[in-house]
Design a protein around this ligand. Structure first.
Ligand SMILES: [Zn+2]
Length: 306
């Protein structure tokens, strides 16, 4: 199987602005340089090497490969965008803006903005198809003042995260309003196929009701005890939503430190994108593809109070 690129290869391949531009041209315009305004294919290079001129008489637009993309309006060198994307792709628990700031020698605001833009691109890439086979559903609490494991005290101040994972398949995280049966039912109905073989949950009392509301027959619902899950090692349980939750919590504790409810969904999307692509050797390329196609996310929009 092909290996993902490492940091040395990254620096070697995309070590200067021109190399980055060439790569972006390659992934953006597979069928040749195309005018972003009129989609015309008749273009010529002009003056500066990184500029093009549309030869369409009625258009005449001058552009570069970053025109109309999120790479354009930040004054950050492309090499730093590439490094930031690579580092975030490679960090299993995520990377804080502070860490990125130190590693790339950029100011905090820029680092924070980069993190959010890359995360946003990852979020746009989430798959929509329904999960099948054996699916596990679990809920956990994050945020609040005391970030930690499921202690009942302080749960009210925390945010609910619902995790759904297909055995040997994809993981999904959702920032839920609460952990009531109606809410759980909604996520089950939206993400789990009607033909699912088994749905596994813990003994939390809301699940039987949630199954009923989601139209899952009771024979398909299997319950495991929490204490059993903690102590059983090396079987299927270790590779479940619970382990993904623990990665999420370590990410929140060790990397992000403080999390606001407003940005939680973006963090969750980043975690799932990385988790679901952990064996994808083209993760960097796929993330770059999403970035170049990503919607602009205004700084003021990001910093607006929730
Ligand atoms: Zn044009």
């Amino acid at each position: 199987m092909k290996e993902a690129i490492d940091l040395c290869e990254l620096v070697d391949r995309y070590g200067d602005d021109q190399k980055c531009r060439n790569y972006l041209e390659h992934i953006r315009w597979k069928g040749g340089v195309t005018c972003p305004k009129c989609n015309g294919k008749r273009v010529s290079s002009i003056l500066k090497r990184d500029q093009y001129n549309c030869d369409n008489e009625s258009c005449r637009y001058q552009f570069s490969v970053t025109a109309g993309t999120i790479f354009h309006d930040t004054h950050l060198p492309l090499t730093k965008w590439f490094l930031a994307t690579f580092l975030i792709c490679q960090s299993r628990k995520g990377m804080s803006a502070n860490q990125l700031k130190r590693m790339l020698r950029i100011n905090y605001r820029t680092a924070w903005y980069l993190c959010h833009r890359i995360r946003h691109a990852m979020a746009e890439a989430q798959p929509q198809d329904k999960l099948d086979g054996t699916v596990e559903v679990d809920e956990t609490y994050v945020g609040g003042k005391k970030i930690g494991w499921g202690v009942y005290a302080g749960k009210k101040a925390k945010e609910v995260v619902v995790g759904i994972r297909q055995c040997g398949g994809d993981l999904r995280f959702f920032h839920a309003e609460d952990a009531k049966s109606g809410t759980l039912a909604k996520y089950i109905a939206e993400n789990v196929s009607g033909d699912v073989d088994v749905l596994v949950t813990d003994e939390f009392a809301a699940y039987p009701w949630a199954m009923k509301k989601a139209g899952v027959s009771p024979e398909k619902h299997k319950t495991i005890e929490h204490k059993e899950r903690v102590y059983v090692r090396g079987d299927i349980h270790t590779n479940t939503v619970e382990s993904a939750f623990s990665l999420l919590k370590r990410g929140i504790m060790g990397t992000w430190h403080r999390i606001s409810a407003k940005h939680l969904p973006a963090y969750l999307d980043e975690m799932t994108w990385r988790f679901n692509n952990r064996k994808n050797p083209y993760l960097f390329r796929d993330t770059m593809l999403k970035l170049i196609a990503s919607n602009n996310l205004e700084y003021k929009e990001l910093t607006k109070a929730a």
